[in-house]
Design a protein around this ligand. Structure first.
Ligand SMILES: [Zn+2]
Length: 283
């Protein structure tokens, strides 16, 4: 892999800009697997597992809880621990170091909001499926979208035995309806002004670097992914100066038409990023 790492480092160094795509595989390389009944899940949600039969974060996110108080117990514990209390790990820090001073844009389906704590700019990230750190009115009030840090930490601190006190349950400041975290759980998510604006920012970034040396970096995106991978592969094919670099564990797919301008790294993403940065130090 040594030669590939060297090549990747040079491509990034010579790039005009970086387009970064990230999905579950990147989270997994950080130890957060929303599909798994793994050690982290059992350590943090043993009680929810026993009481409701919930076997993963993903199930917990979409579970029909008996009340708002129990629903927010799960959400506030997850969000406080995963998004607010946990410090960015080496994977995210390495990724940020690799970007350096380059202009970039991030598109991700990961909702744990780990890019900003690692140094990335909020303006340059498009969470295509939302993020856990933002809430919106469940009744669809236009423009009611806000950072949920304070109320989540308060709820998590006051939670007892899988229940949050009723008086802490967040309500829409406009209509008083329950709120929900801003995830892609209904059409309302895609209709928010924020989603539309982020989509426009993404398109503008691509336009801005049309014809330039754009390095497209993909981390842990499955081969059938239509939100991130498919548009990335199309973009790479239509931009003759673009380079397409895909990192994934056990699943690398590069179409023939862009093979000559692509690099695939099959293996642990954390280790690969570390090696690429080391390569850069000795070049
Ligand atoms: Zn409302």
């Amino acid at each position: 892999m040594g030669e590939a790492y060297k090549k990747i480092y040079k491509e990034i160094r010579d790039a005009d800009a970086l387009l970064i795509g990230a999905s579950n595989g990147l989270s997994i390389s950080e130890g957060y697997n929303i599909f798994a009944d793994d050690r982290w899940f059992r350590e943090n949600f043993r009680d929810f597992r026993a009481r409701y039969g919930i076997r993963s974060v993903l199930q917990g996110l979409f579970f029909q809880y008996p009340s708002e108080e129990t629903r927010w117990a799960f959400f506030s514990r997850l969000i406080s621990r995963k998004c607010y209390l946990e410090q960015p790990g080496s994977v995210m820090k390495d990724l940020y170091r690799l970007v350096g001073q380059k202009d970039y844009f991030v598109v991700t389906s990961n909702g744990e909001d780990h890019f900003v704590p690692a140094g990335f700019s909020r303006d340059k990230i498009f969470e295509m499926e939302g993020r856990l750190t933002q809430s919106r009115c469940r009744n669809g009030c236009e423009g009611v979208l806000y950072e949920n840090r304070d109320e989540v930490l308060k709820m998590a601190g006051a939670e007892r035995d899988g229940v949050v006190p009723a008086e802490l349950i967040p309500r829409c400041p406009k209509c008083g309806s329950p709120v929900t975290v801003n995830m892609a759980d209904s059409n309302a998510f895609f209709q928010t002004e924020q989603f539309q604006r982020k989509m426009a920012d993404y398109q503008n970034f691509i336009k801005q670097y049309h014809g330039k040396k754009l390095v497209i970096l993909e981390f842990g995106v499955g081969w059938r992914n239509r939100m991130i991978k498919e548009p990335f592969m199309r973009l790479a094919a239509s931009e003759p100066e673009a380079v397409y670099i895909t990192f994934n564990k056990g699943e690398i797919y590069i179409p023939d038409e862009i093979r000559g301008r692509s690099i695939g790294v099959d293996g642990d993403i954390a280790a690969a990023l570390e090696e690429i940065l080391k390569t850069g130090e000795v070049l």
